[in-house]
Design a protein around this ligand. Structure first.
Ligand SMILES: CC(C)(COP(=O)(O)OP(=O)(O)OC[C@H]1O[C@@H](n2cnc3c(N)ncnc32)[C@H](O)[C@@H]1OP(=O)(O)O)[C@@H](O)C(=O)NCCC(=O)NCCS
Length: 138
């Protein structure tokens, strides 16, 4: 939970395990279980200067998947859903303050680094990362 969860501009996404996963893995043990979440907010980036207007972007927050399903595509499914929501709302950028342990994940999914490493108190090293979506996904 974060302070913005119930604001009008918040969008919460979840990914549920099924017997026959659309991304081609079997998660029978977790069928019907919520295995990952993320949230989207209309928030401007305050960490660094960015090459987009505030109204063009959504911020990705509280992104996570259950440890037992990591590496099976649930995170990628959430980013795909988040990207669809960005485009549905007439925007083109999805950005986040990425934790160091997740840099590789976001890079794998096409995000670029927007700044150098900075420290968030009690949370650790982060970098701002952004995915620019110029056209609807296929
Ligand atoms: C980061 C996180 C969301 C990734 O979720 P996931 O369900 O494992 O992601 P996926 O299985 O969809 O991975 C998509 C691709 O990224 C790769 N990947 C996943 N995590 C990675 C990492 N930490 N470093 C490098 N690559 C990674 C996967 O191998 C996969 O690659 P492939 O397409 O070649 O198979 C998950 O590890 C997590 O919840 N971590 C703890 C919370 C956290 O750090 N959240 C991010 C906060 S900014």
């Amino acid at each position: 939970m974060i302070d913005l969860d119930e604001t009008d501009h918040a969008t919460h996404l979840g990914v549920f395990a099924q017997d026959d996963e659309p991304w081609g893995v079997s998660l029978k043990r977790h069928a019907g279980v919520l295995v990952g979440v993320c949230s989207l907010f209309d928030q401007p980036c305050i960490r660094c200067k960015v090459p987009w207007e505030d109204h063009e972007a959504l911020r990705l927050r509280v992104m996570g998947t259950l440890p037992e399903v990591r590496g099976l595509g649930a995170g990628a499914a959430l980013i795909a859903g988040a990207s669809d929501e960005v485009l549905r709302r007439g925007k083109t950028v999805l950005w986040c303050d990425a934790r160091e342990v997740a840099f590789g994940f976001y890079e794998r999914l096409g995000f670029d680094f927007m700044n150098e490493v900075y420290e968030l108190p009690d949370v650790g090293p982060h970098r701002t990362m952004a995915l620019v979506l110029s056209s609807p996904r296929n």
